[in-house]
Design a protein around this ligand. Structure first.
Ligand code: NAD
Length: 419
């Protein structure tokens, strides 16, 4: 089966192709970006708690490493396969290039439902997977991070396994580690903080300010949604609706975000929260608000519901929450879309800071991290906005154009081996 038979990979490539057409990218450069540079498929056998052995399928894909070592998360999810991992690796190439990081794009994962495994089984799975892909990763080659189904503990086991294999501690092999073993301050909230920064930049472009009249709806109140809500609420915005997989809660006067985040962080579902009006996830997306932040899963705004989306600014906190057709519909009616590879790049930017701090064994304070994060995102946002104006195109294509221009320049300088 070709990678192009898989919808997610085809979609990622088509986004690349569309942007390439608008900017007139050299077809030879496009051709070189079509397939992943390297893809490794591994068997990950582990002994389960009941004594039996079970083998899982694992992957690590490196899409393009012209700008530097590969960077991208490790996903533990039943839907993981080679084509999904390859598509996500391709998007990482463009995300890193867009925000000017000296990193390429990679992604990895295991086809597994981590909620069905014990802590010991998860540790065995992580350690065996790390060993199986150890020949293609490393602080100078490819640096994994957490993604869906993995967290700081997974990264700690991963870093320990890689270090055991090499014989000394190598913190720079992964990012998203707990702070006690070389993680970075600010990493946990960096993606949501970046989303809030981007909403501010969009407001500035529209000559407006965020105040108590600014209404915000957030689809997905998790690692991205919570800090985005906290930052926007701290600036005075009214977060009128938030949701999780169980449904959405609404209060036109604004929700108490601290109370809501304590509720969800204690493992409870939003539908069980008292004193709020319950609505569906679909209704949340269609609320008449100033800002909509889809921060849960991909493909939630499609050509079916796009005509009913009323938000003026849509900040793509999740990866690919708006389909290609939805972006066309919303852009045509003047909606301001902040594209995912820009909007949620805060996480990879602070991951890059963590990697740099690990390599130099010198750690920065939180103010330094947040101010550097702000400056990189501000430059990137301005660059995308100016590119959209220059090419008379939408922000999504403009983001790909900025990224492609950087990769093209580097590819031309490095040349094709053998010449
Ligand atoms: P998370 O698991 O912490 O939170 C996801 C939220 O979405 C939860 O509230 C969950 O209940 C809700 N949700 C899950 N499935 C849903 C469904 N079918 N309908 C409605 N709500 C649903 O995940 P996260 O880390 O916040 O990631 C969210 C998105 O952001 C993903 O697309 C992820 O790839 C992307 N992203 C995350 C980061 C990061 O640093 N965490 C970085 C870049 C991109």
């Amino acid at each position: 089966m070709s990678l192009f038979d898989a919808p997610l990979f085809k979609d990622a490539y088509e986004q690349l192709e569309d942007a390439a057409d608008v900017m007139g990218l050299d077809r030879n450069i496009l051709e070189r970006l079509k397939y992943p540079k390297r893809a490794l498929q591994v068997a990950v056998p582990i002994r389960l708690d009941d004594g039996s052995v079970r083998t899982f399928q694992g992957y690590r894909v490196q899409h393009n490493m012209t700008l530097g070592p590969g960077k991208g998360g490790i996903r533990f999810h039943p839907g993981v396969d080679l084509s999904e991992t390859a598509a996500l690796a391709m998007l990482m190439t463009f995300k890193c290039a867009l925000v000017g990081l000296p990193l390429g794009g990679a992604k990895g994962g295991i086809e597994v439902d981590p909620t069905t495994l014990s802590r010991q089984e998860l540790q065995s799975l992580t350690r065996r997977y790390c060993t199986e892909i150890s020949m293609i990763i490393g602080p100078n080659t490819d640096i994994p991070a957490p993604d869906i189904g993995t967290d700081g503990q997974t990264m700690a086991w991963f870093m320990d396994t890689y270090s055991q294999l090499k014989g000394y501690t190598i913190p720079g092999v992964v990012t998203g580690k707990p702070i006690a073993i070389g993680g970075s301050l600010g990493r946990a909230e960096s993606t949501g903080k970046g989303v809030a920064f981007c909403v501010n930049f969009a407001y500035q472009k529209l000559d407006k300010v965020i105040d108590k009249n600014t209404t915000v709806a957030i689809h997905g109140f998790g690692k991205v949604g919570v800090p985005a809500a906290e930052d926007l609420a701290a600036q005075g915005a009214r977060i009128v609706a938030i949701s999780d997989v169980s449904g959405a809660v609404y209060n036109e006067n604004g929700l108490d975000i601290e109370k809501c985040s304590q509720w969800t962080q204690s493992g409870k579902l939003l539908k069980d929260l008292d004193g709020v009006k319950l609505i569906s996830n679909e209704e949340l997306l269609e609320l008449d608000v100033d800002v909509l932040i889809p921060a849960a899963i991909d493909g939630v705004v499609t050509k079916e519901n796009a005509p009913r989306i009323k938000a003026k600014i849509i900040a793509e906190g999740a990866n690919g929450p708006l389909t290609k057709e939805a972006i066309q519909i919303i852009s045509a009616r003047g909606g301001f879309i902040i594209p995912d590879i820009l909007c949620n790049a805060g996480g990879v930017i602070v991951s890059y800071f963590e990697w740099v701090q690990g390599l130099q064994n010198f750690f920065w304070d939180l103010d330094q991290i947040n101010s550097k994060l702000h400056d990189i995102l501000k430059d990137s946002f301005d660059n995308v906005f100016e590119t959209a104006t220059k090419y008379n195109t939408d922000m999504k294509k403009a983001a790909f154009i900025v990224a492609l221009a950087r990769i093209e320049r580097a590819m031309r300088l490095r040349g094709l081996f053998p010449a």
